[in-house]
Design a binder for this molecule. Structure first.
Ligand code: NI
Length: 391
């Protein structure tokens, strides 16, 4: 059987896998049943694997012949949401839902494992399959990297995918270069001096300082950052003051900075600090600023993106290949792997054609068209065949 026919024969099984996972979602770092399910499927098919990153799994497909090593990553965690889809296989876990499609990602990677295992005589080198926990909270990718899974053997290239409900099933979306932004958390505390509201001259108004800081930081993307390099700064929390007639002595601001360029990120961070300190000092107050880098940006390797474009042309056809014109300022922890090996990431459509109001990812009404499962497997297998295939 060709591998394409084999993948088609997996269709029902993949839907069952996905529905089982959908029914039993688990939050980040608590994916114990999910981990066991993955281990059971791999064991049943005689596929070598180890537990990793506490609640994840890494599987190995070894051709027994020398060659490169390719890694493929699926994230496996769910979100703290109460499902509102009415599906017969809806979540049985109260307040937890696979609303980001990671159930589909997991089923797809299991399908890829079965397919590659069945056809490993057609490969050189080896493949590592990362069933990665904790994408939504604090980066299971970082844990897998720290535990050494990008080495022994060294991974030469890594790919990943995400389902997208704004795209019809049967489409693949990608782009060269930046696909997702980096994240930096912003924590600012403005220190003033309390006094009676009737006598502000005796204090230093932290609320007034905060107002100027907020206005000033919102000009960084338009006046400090280069126009061709996307960046966005958003402050989502503000907290300060104790009583209407007391000049506030403390205001706390919390926000996030997103960029796709590390040098630009460092420049903006420097400006956040100098401006905030300067504005506070000008008023006779002070500021404590904590900027903490989170996920790195996801930058698609140009050569691997070309390979994926060839795969998409083969799998879905040129007319269903969507070239994304701009990066997303959302984050994806896949970027951690790319600090160790070139990588590329792509999106597959999961909207039923003709449905134009498909709920977005992270919505309690999110649903996906399971026809995307075999598209995902075919893309991953096509990539491996192009990179490691013997013929
Ligand atoms: Ni996701």
């Amino acid at each position: 059987m060709t591998y394409d026919a084999f993948i088609r024969s997996l269709d029902d099984k993949l839907r069952q896998y996905r529905r089982h996972l959908h029914r039993h979602p688990e939050l980040s770092k608590q994916e114990f049943m999910t981990q066991q399910f993955i281990i059971d499927v791999l064991t049943q098919h005689g596929i070598e694997h180890v537990a990793a990153a506490k609640t994840g799994v890494v599987a190995y497909i070894n051709s027994g012949k020398p060659g490169r090593c390719i890694a493929i990553r699926a994230d496996i965690d769910a979100l703290p949401l109460s499902e509102d889809t009415g599906l017969p296989f809806a979540s049985e876990q109260k307040g937890v839902m696979h609303a980001c499609g990671h159930d589909a990602h997991t089923a797809i990677l299991l399908g890829t494992a079965l397919t590659l295992n069945q056809h490993r005589e057609r490969l050189n080198g080896s493949v590592k399959l990362f069933f990665q926990p904790n994408e939504e909270v604090s980066s299971g990718a970082k844990d897998l990297v720290r535990e050494g899974f990008m080495s022994n053997p060294d991974v030469d290239a890594i790919i990943g995918l995400h389902v997208m409900p704004h795209l019809d099933v049967g489409t693949v979306e990608l782009r060269h270069g930046a696909l997702n932004a980096s994240t930096t958390t912003i924590d600012i505390t403005i220190h003033g001096t309390a006094s009676h509201a009737a006598y502000p001259q005796r204090g230093v108004d932290a609320i007034l300082i905060a107002a100027e800081v907020i206005s000033s930081l919102h000009t960084l993307s338009s006046r400090i950052s280069a126009a061709h390099l996307p960046s966005v700064l958003s402050l989502g929390m503000i907290n300060g003051g104790t009583k209407r007639n007391i000049i506030a002595d403390t205001v706390r601001l919390k926000g996030t900075l997103r960029t796709t360029d590390d040098n630009e990120k460092e420049r903006i961070k420097q400006h956040i600090t100098t401006r905030t300190e300067g504005i506070a000092a000008a008023h006779g107050g002070s500021a404590t600023i904590r900027l903490k880098d989170g996920y790195p940006p996801l930058i698609n390797d140009p050569d691997l993106t070309d390979v994926l474009i060839d795969c998409a042309t083969e799998v879905v056809g040129k007319d269903h290949l969507i070239y994304k014109d701009a990066p997303s300022m959302g984050a994806e922890d896949f970027g951690y792997y790319q600090t160790h090996a070139p990588g590329a990431f792509f999106h597959i459509g999961c909207r039923t054609p003709g449905v134009f109001d498909a709920p977005p990812l992270h919505s309690p009404k999110f649903v996906l068209d399971e026809d995307c499962l075999t598209v995902g497997v075919r893309m991953q297998v096509a990539f491996v065949m192009r990179m490691l295939g013997t013929s």
